[in-house]
Write a protein that binds this ligand. Structure first.
Ligand code: GLU
Length: 320
């Protein structure tokens, strides 16, 4: 094999947002991210995506570390372990995000947006596949005077102007993807009205500064990738490769979420051993032919992306 992808040592990452206890959906992403990096002799970084400090108290991050370690999904750097590319908690990175945000401002691509969520929904603007409104650009054309006037009564969020151009990439699992940001997404948030930086900016800045070479995450974030590639380009950063995983659905077809308490690690740990959980999850993702207990490490040698289905995965009834 040739090319820069095969000469760079592989660095993968776990990037959980600890707003509650780990559940099967994010555990599946962690397992596959870990196996994908480890099967190439790579390293794994743990980055805590606690941008929203109020929703992500440190005790959830600590619990998450404890759960991952109990499952045998050990990371090489990050979280409370620290390492050379810290900080590893997004709640501590405001200064770092500010630098990149300032660069984007210098490009004259950032503008204040005074629209409320309710206004946007009421405007019956078209919606993206993830349910968010495609921003119609309402505040893009405000004059400086209008911006000053509106800022007297409302603290604005900040949006990034996007180009009317097709952004193409090859997803490591789903293959070629293309998206026109102007048509499919609209100008997107860089910063909330309360000053919190947006996930899209933080994730790009962090993956780049931590030297992440491959991003493995749920297919719900496939549609974020074009936005992130655009940010990599504007900031002059080298993007990683991206591979998205089919989502895990409850037996009745609903997406698993933190609300499915019975699928949280708290309840699973009360019922099963670590190897039993890993074995069942590996079976659901096609990584072993039966749900027998397996340690995460014992799955490294046989790991192959080609075994993982493309369609969302319905948890077989009675598996957990
Ligand atoms: N923090 C995000 C989540 O927990 C994942 C972000 C990413 O992998 O890019 O869903």
């Amino acid at each position: 094999m040739t090319g820069p992808e095969h000469t760079r040592p592989v660095v993968g990452r776990f990037a959980p947002s600890p707003s509650g206890r780990l559940h099967l959906g994010n555990l599946a992403c962690s397992l596959v991210a870990w196996l994908s990096a480890k099967s190439k002799g790579g390293r794994i970084i743990l980055r805590i995506e606690d941008l929203d400090k109020a929703r992500c108290p440190r005790r959830y991050a600590d619990q998450l570390e404890e759960d991952l370690a109990w499952l045998g999904l050990l990371w090489d750097e990050g979280g409370s372990l620290g390492g050379p590319s810290g900080p590893y908690y997004q709640s501590e990175c405001d200064d770092i995000y500010t630098q990149s945000y300032n660069k984007l401002q210098e490009l004259h691509l950032v503008y204040p947006c005074f629209c409320s969520r309710a206004q946007l929904h009421a405007a019956s603007a078209p919606h993206r596949s993830d349910g968010e409104v495609i921003y119609p650009g309402s505040c893009r054309g405000l004059s400086a005077a209008q911006q000053i006037e509106r800022a007297k009564t409302k603290q604005p969020a900040q949006r990034l102007m996007v180009p009317d151009e097709i952004i193409r990439f090859t997803d490591g699992h789903f293959g070629p993807v293309e998206e026109n940001l102007a048509r499919d997404c609209g100008d997107f948030y860089l910063r909330r009205a309360d000053g919190v930086f947006a996930y899209q900016l933080a994730v790009v800045v962090d993956d780049a500064r931590m030297g992440v070479t491959e991003v493995v995450r749920g297919a719900d974030l496939l549609s974020s990738t074009a936005r992130q590639l655009y940010l990599y380009r504007l900031l002059g950063l080298t993007p990683p490769t991206f591979a998205h995983l089919p989502l895990l659905l409850a037996a009745d077809g609903r997406r698993l979420s933190k609300r499915d308490g019975d699928q949280s690690l708290e309840n699973l740990r009360a019922r099963y051993s670590a190897d039993a959980i890993i074995g069942k999850l590996a079976f659901a993702y096609g990584l072993q032919p039966s749900p027998e207990p397996r340690s995460a490490a014992s799955l490294i040698d046989s790991f192959d992306w080609a075994l993982i289905p493309k369609a969302d995965i319905c948890l077989p009834d009675g598996l957990f």
